[in-house]
Ligand binder design. Sequence first.
Ligand SMILES: C[S@@+](CC[C@H](N)C(=O)[O-])C[C@H]1O[C@@H](n2cnc3c(N)ncnc32)[C@H](O)[C@@H]1O
Length: 260
Amino acid sequence: MEFHHFKRTFRKIKKTPSSIIGMFSPRKISMAVSYMFEMSEYEFVHRLTGCSEKKFFRLLEELNSQKKFFNALDKKHKKYLKDSIWERFQPWFRILYILIRIQKPEKMVETGTFSGLSTSIILLAMKKNRGGHLYSIDLPIRNPKKAKKDWILEPLPPGTHPGFAIPNVLRSRWELIEGDSGKNLPKLLEKLGEIEIFFHDSDHSYDHMMMEFGTAWPYIKSRGLLLADNVDWNQSFKDFGKKVGHKQNQKFGFGGILKH
Ligand SMILES: C[S@@+](CC[C@H](N)C(=O)[O-])C[C@H]1O[C@@H](n2cnc3c(N)ncnc32)[C@H](O)[C@@H]1O
């Protein structure tokens, strides 16, 4: 995995001078510096699950060795998008995989799928667990002319649906609900009853994040997890943690709260 990060960085350097400037933009530099002072990936997972260091590294190694899975995901991704999965790979995918392996959720809900990278990581962990079902909510196919330039609303490639890159062997544990999470999340949770994990990666505006956290929280079982990406974009995750009186943890802009 680390090798792929290196390859991705090297490829960017080989491109245009503007991309090099982009790599060293003040925002990216300040992000990199703040990550240096954050807790380690192991500590993040330990705080949420109590897992030992030995188990953490065993599961990390397990993910790193899934060459067949990564090749299948990359092949489907490249069929519709120009870049490889390594251009979009998030360091917190590792944390996500390990959390699912440890928590072994029976029912998990995710908002924001796009091509299906985080979704595939979750489904791979569920396959290894030999149990679990994932429900994802994402907006249906968008008109590229109407879609915002913002990458949160990056248009899906023509003729595809959210999760188009998910390897076929992982799909039996997955259900996609196409629509706005504001409308569909309450209905889905009502249908499911209790869930073990909720993961937000859709619209990262303050109000939308607060709405999703507040909607999901009562359905999360005791010892279950509230997870979210891009929690450093606004104060919602911190505010929500305070509101429910639970400690929130952050790593790489990825947040986690363990429900007592
Ligand atoms: C950052 S992408 C998700 C990336 C994905 N988790 C991954 O790892 O590749 C954000 C997604 O949120 C979806 N989204 C944005 N607003 C939404 C909303 N109101 N309801 C449901 N999905 C939404 C977008 O359609 C987009 O696919």
